[in-house]
Design a protein around this ligand. Sequence first.
Ligand SMILES: O=C(O)CCC(=O)C(=O)O
Ligand SMILES: [Fe+2]
Length: 204
Amino acid sequence: MSDCHPVGGETLLDAPLLMRFDALLGEPDAGRALERLDRELAWQRPRLRLYGREHPIPRRQVWMGSPDAHYRYSGRDFTPAPWHPEVARIREAVIARLALAGLDVDFNSVLLNRYQGGGERMGWHSDDEPELGPEPLIAAVSLGAARPLRFRWKQREHEGFNAWLPHDSLLLMGPGVQRRLQHALLPRRIPGLRISLTFRRIAP
Ligand SMILES: O=C(O)CCC(=O)C(=O)O
Ligand SMILES: [Fe+2]
């Protein structure tokens, strides 16, 4: 079901568009980026309220972006951290790769997620907050341990599927993906650190 494209992208879904690109940064840059982000970011484990009880999230995270790109997440307001130079470089690489694929995109914020090992995870959700606009385009960069991002259709019109995200890959979730599907990083017996960066555009 996948197509090969000259720009190196692999189409996982045609409509809505879901594509994966490999070797975004190349080595040694990708390995270095993983180490630097792990070491230099102020990783947080906020507590979120779920069904009236507070739980620490089962991963660590950092919100980063332009000062006007405020974000509400599970009922809380987050002010983004300023762009780290490594993250700014990755953002440029994402924009360049998507431009090669004919997509003119821009991002003013990113959620970085840090999963210590296969037990750390993110539950089922769509990135459909109103500040992302009606049909957001989200670009997810993966560094470190390869894990599958699981997708399921909201109306159950097709079978769910895995998008495997190897080190130094980029997953493009095009318009319609958030409206029609949910995704989750489920716990798996896969050892190793993984960091993902999900770039978004927030209306100021
Ligand atoms: O870690 C991942 O690849 C998924 C992250 C994600 O879904 C998100 O940041 O919204
Ligand atoms: Fe997401």
